[in-house]
Design a protein around this ligand. Structure first.
Ligand code: C2E
Ligand code: CA
Ligand code: CA
Length: 760
């Protein structure tokens, strides 16, 4: 691929520079110990070889800055820092070193101290490129890291420097400036690690190693210099040179993963807590060991500060967890009646249906009150509400432990009956009907309402929750039109099974004939409207039935056992598509995975090969899955997902808010992105509770380092509200409908030049 070529050249140049630098460093080491005598040799070692290591590392930084747009500032600053060092070294060797009484501070000191400033900027730049946005807990973690490191560093490092108080005020200040700059650097480095958590990030680890080597050199130097034992060209010089070489290697490795991929590593759990925890413990140790002795009050205050921020961090996390649990509960309760709501029912039904067998079926009763509209119209909404509130208590005697009564909305209720066959379910429906026929006392009068109940069972005829609801709904509708009270679902012999069989057969051919296609729906950033991704949605160009939607394709594929080949086909199509625009627009594509794919141990290798064939980086692909797909075999699913993420492919949790969403679970999901389901996002503009749920979910998602996509954004007002609530990305008809590749390419091009898309 053309766009990849210049990078390959640059990497090659960078690799050779490093090899040369390594050779130079090896040559320099020959000068440690007895050197050949003579001015020329001294110059060769201290002027040429010593500085050549700095220059080599600087060149790799410059190359990295040119290759790596997101981190340009950071690597450029590192290059500048190394250049300042060289300037200081040259000034010392050429102008000052030979003077009988070199001035102190000198121009060399100015360069060496100035070296720290771009280094700070580089560290800040690197963290900015790795963290999408900062959240309170990150700041707190950073604070803990900085304070803890400062406490330890002051206790160990600054104490000796404080004793160097002889000489002119400028000399004293310079004496102090080195260790202070080192302490700030260490604090910054530890703060960065505390914010990012423990992760496999070669560039950062190497850079950290380089800085630590330099710091160690400074500490030893300080000690030797205080006692007057430092000699130039001794083994100590190696600590600086090795540090500098490590920085060069870090720059070389910098583009092994793009920032987005690195985010994938922003794991939760101990990885996030490890560094802050060590800092807190170290602070306690500083306080404990130094107490009563002549400890610097600065160290003590930093240690106390570190512990206090640690307490704040714990409180913060605790509050967040509590808020989330409340939200979870609220999200599953109907506001008016206090009964479980539709979401709660769907959740429970999913479990129950999964466990149902033909020998032990599960049943669903779908209830719709008759004449409720009249109550509302004639007596007002207050009376209607009062009536609805009585349904729960009224039906309580009809429920066994394990049954679930939920209000689905309006005057619709449902009763989920685990381990109940059709006949028993019909009997239970009769009991429910009788209970509801008794009059309701509302506002001093006795109201008579009837009820129509549809009954269906799983796994036959319905093998999933949606189907169970649909069948019960069909039956309920029949009960209503026939005024029969209770009706059980009877499959229509004309439509069902034959049709399905044929569809399955045809799908097999469609897969080999390439009739499957994907339509693409863009995703845009909420803040500036730039395109940040697109989702591939499967479509079937059926020779006679026209364009078929996933609602037809997926059930057929599942029943025919064709989900894996289907995903393979979609993946191939999607990567072909993304390869068409990747050079021009770095817009990754999201592909949906089914449960069967998540359990497929070959998937990571297949994905890697498919990317490779097109010369696409893993960052070009995101894989979406709904939480439930992980439920059947969580161990295996996690292995597969883990491998995919290590590859650098992003993962996204789809339809969030409809499944088993729980905090505990979310923390352990290997994911980079959360997609809020349309059922949660659609009402945020009108329903304050929905808004609260989204807000809390956003806070949590960000805290876990996940980016939040709002799905089904149908109008701009909703989009704006979702942005306010903390969603990062929008997808929905308000931005664009799913479209064929050609249309999407036009859309992408137009979007860039004409800004046709308003930023939501
Ligand atoms: P999904 O992953 O939640 O995809 C989003 C669905 O919402 C798409 O329906 C899309 O057309 C629709 N949508 C997008 N914006 C809006 C909006 O503003 N309002 C409304 N009302 N709808 C919107 P589609 O294409 O029918 O796909 C349905 C589902 O089928 C998908 O839901 C996904 O779960 C599944 N699916 C689609 N393609 C594939 C595939 O290749 N493999 C697998 N395993 N599943 C797929
Ligand atoms: Ca999806
Ligand atoms: Ca979705």
């Amino acid at each position: 691929m053309r766009s990849i070529q210049p990078n390959a050249d640059s990497r090659r140049a960078s690799r050779w520079t490093l090899v040369l630098t390594g050779v130079v460093l090896a040559l320099f080491t020959t000068g440690i110990g007895p050197r050949p005598d003579g001015e020329a040799w001294a110059l060769a070692y201290d002027l040429v070889l010593y500085n050549a290591v700095y220059l080599g590392a600087g060149v790799t930084c410059v190359l990295a800055a040119r290759r790596n747009r997101a981190e340009r500032l950071a690597w450029a600053c590192l290059a500048l820092a190394l250049a300042l060092s060289v300037a200081g070294n040259l000034a010392w060797t050429l102008l000052l070193g030979d003077l009988a009484e070199p001035p102190y501070p000198s121009v060399a000191d100015a360069c060496w101290i100035a070296y720290f400033l771009p280094l700070y900027v580089a560290l800040v730049g690197l963290i900015r490129s790795r963290v999408g946005r900062f959240h309170a807990s990150m700041w707190l973690d950073g604070g803990i890291g900085a304070l803890g490191a400062t406490a330890v560093a002051i206790a160990l490092l600054l104490e000796p420097a404080l004793r160097l108080t002889e000489g002119s005020p400028a000399a004293v200040v310079t004496n102090l400036a080195y260790p202070v700059a080192d302490v700030v650097l260490l604090a910054l480095l530890v703060a960065v690690s505390a914010i990012l958590g423990v992760r496999r990030d070669p560039a950062l680890l190497l850079l950290g190693g380089g800085i630590v080597a330099n710091l160690a050199g400074d500490v030893v130097y300080l000690d030797l210099a205080t006692t007057g034992n430092y000699v130039e060209g001794g083994p100590l010089d190696l600590s600086w040179l090795v540090g500098v070489l490590l920085m060069g290697v870090a720059a070389h490795r910098s583009d092994r993963a793009t920032p987005a991929e690195r985010d994938a590593e922003s794991q939760v759990g101990w990885r996030v807590l490890a560094v802050p925890m060590v800092c807190n413990l170290a602070s306690l140790a500083v306080l404990g060991l130094g107490w009563g002795d002549s400890m610097s009050p600065w160290a003590a205050w930093c240690a106390i500060g570190c512990v206090l921020v640690g307490v704040a961090r714990t409180t913060f996390t605790f509050r967040e967890v509590r808020a989330l649990n409340e939200v979870r509960l609220e999200a599953r309760t109907d506001e008016l009646t206090g009964l479980p709501n539709r979401r709660a029912l769907l959740e429970a039904a999913r479990v129950v249906v999964a466990e149902a067998t033909t020998a032990r079926p599960a049943a669903l009763l779908l209830l719709d009150l008759d004449g409720f509209k009249e109550v509302n119209d004639s007596l007002g909404h207050g009376a209607g509400d009062e009536l609805l509130c009585q349904v729960g208590p009224r039906l309580a005697p009809a429920l066994r432990p394990g049954d679930l009564l939920a209000r689905l909305g309006g005057d619709e209720f449902a009763v989920l009956l685990p381990a109940t066959d059709l006949e028993t379910a019909a009997d239970r429906a009769g009991v429910v009907e009788d209970l509801l026929r008794r009059p309701f006392p509302v506002g001093g009068i006795r109201l008579h309402v009837g009820v129509s109940i549809g009954v269906s069972t799983a796994p036959i005829p319905a093998d999933d929750v949606q189907e169970l609801l649909r069948c019960a709904d069909v039956a309920m509708y029949a009960a209503k039109t026939e005024r029969s009270g209770v009706q059980v679902y009877v499959p229509d012999p004309g439509s069902g099974s034959v049709d399905r069989l044929r569809t399955m057969e045809e799908l097999r051919t469609a897969l080999t004939e390439g009739e499957l296609d994907v339509h693409l729906q863009p995703q845009v950033a909420m803040d500036d409207g730039r395109v940040v991704g697109c989702e591939a949605l499967v479509r079937w160009n059926h020779p006679t039935r026209g364009l078929l939607s996933p609602a037809v394709v997926l059930p057929a594929a599942e029943q025919a056992g064709l989900l894996r080949p289907l995903t393979d086909a979609v993946l191939e199509r999607s990567l072909d598509a993304v390869a068409q625009w990747w050079e021009e627009h770095r817009v990754p594509i999201s592909v949906n995975l089914a449960a069967a794919n998540v359990a497929d141990l070959d998937l990571p290798a297949k994905v890697a090969a498919a990317l490779d064939r097109r010369g696409l980086p893993p960052a070009a692909l995101t894989l979406e899955l709904v939480e439930d797909t992980l439920m059947s075999d969580p161990e295996r699913g996690r292995t597969v997902l883990g491998q995919l993420r290590r590859l650098g492919v992003r993962t996204s949790i789809d339809d969030y808010g409809t499944g088993y969403s729980s905090l505990a679970y979310l923390r352990h999901l290997p994911a980079d992105e959360l997609k809020l389901d349309r059922s949660l996002t659609a009402d945020v503009d009108t329903d304050e509770r929905a808004a609260a749920i989204v807000r809390h979910t956003a806070a949590l998602a960000h805290d876990l380092g996940l980016s939040l996509v709002a799905e089904g954004v149908e109008d701009l007002a909703t989009g704006r509200r979702l942005a306010d609530l903390g969603c990062d990305v929008a997808q929905g008809y308000a931005i664009a409908r799913p479209m064929p590749l050609a249309a999407f390419l036009r859309w992408l091009a137009g979007e860039r030049s004409e800004q046709v898309q308003p930023a939501v």
